[in-house]
Design a protein. Structure first.
Length: 245
């Protein structure tokens, strides 16, 4: 069994930045996955996240199985729903949407998933998930029927993240939403990071090497990128080239 959380914290302590690609099982085509994974394997990507806001039942399992055939990278579920839980992944971000006040996404989905998780080998990583206003309405906002936290006052975002940590969450995830117009700002990342002991994930709307660097420099330990790679399969090669130059 891969010890995914401990390897994330070990990297964080060493200052090694991590990069996850997000694969949405609803958009991924099984027959193209081997080629896609080959590209990912040659890139700077350290983790493969699998999940989406709306995914057909069983799609996640099929996609995870196919990914696993082609890579040794850790596969982490980032589920939008209980139906996306599959024992074939390595770990699951057990997300509680702490920016919202919809009990369904704070605790109810978690209760519903216990029967599946109890019998699985998945490493369960409790994660405080914080949706932040990004300039457009994203799928998370729509599906969860919660409002994102406004970008101001930042103190409210910082305190939400800290409350998550004090509740025992092992990761905090600042989310602008997939396809967000604006990623989470550097100031927000910086101020949240200053308050936290646990590793910080940042995602949503990151489409350039510069935005990725900015997120890391502000304090993100792990950055998640989905849309930029969905739209351009050479995205990770391009940013790797930019790093080497
Ligand atoms: C969404 O943070 C992830 O949950 C990734 O967002 O698709 O905008 O890269 P993008």
């Amino acid at each position: 069994m891969k010890d995914i959380y401990n390897s994330i914290t070990a990297s964080t302590l060493k200052g090694k930045k991590l990069l996850a690609v997000l694969i949405d099982p609803d958009k991924a085509k099984l027959e193209s996955l081997s080629g896609i994974i080959q590209k990912i394997d040659l890139s700077l990507v350290t983790h493969i996240f699998v999940g989406g806001s709306i995914v057909k039942e069983k799609a996640t399992d099929l996609v995870v199985k196919e990914i696993k055939k082609h890579t040794k990278l850790p596969i982490v579920l980032f589920p939008g729903d209980v139906t996306q839980i599959t024992n074939n992944a390595d770990a699951i971000l057990f997300l509680s949407l702490i920016s919202g006040r919809n009990a369904e996404y704070l605790i109810e989905k978690h209760v519903q998933s216990v029967a599946k998780l109890k019998d699985s080998n998945l490493e369960v990583i409790p994660t405080g998930y914080i949706l932040i206003e990004s300039g457009n309405i994203t799928a998370v906002e729509h599906v969860s029927r919660t409002k994102p936290l406004p970008r101001e006052p930042i103190q409210k975002i910082v305190e939400t993240a800290k409350a998550g940590e004090l509740l025992g969450m092992k990761l905090i995830y600042l989310e602008a939403g997939s396809g967000a117009k604006e990623p989470v700002s550097e100031t927000i990342i910086k101020l949240v990071k200053q308050e936290l002991q646990v590793p910080l994930i940042v995602g949503g709307g990151i489409r350039t090497r510069k935005q990725l660097e900015n997120a890391y420099q502000s304090g993100a330990d792990l950055v998640v990128i989905g849309t930029a790679f969905e739209e351009n399969e050479s995205f990770f090669e391009e940013i790797k080239r930019e790093t080497i130059q």
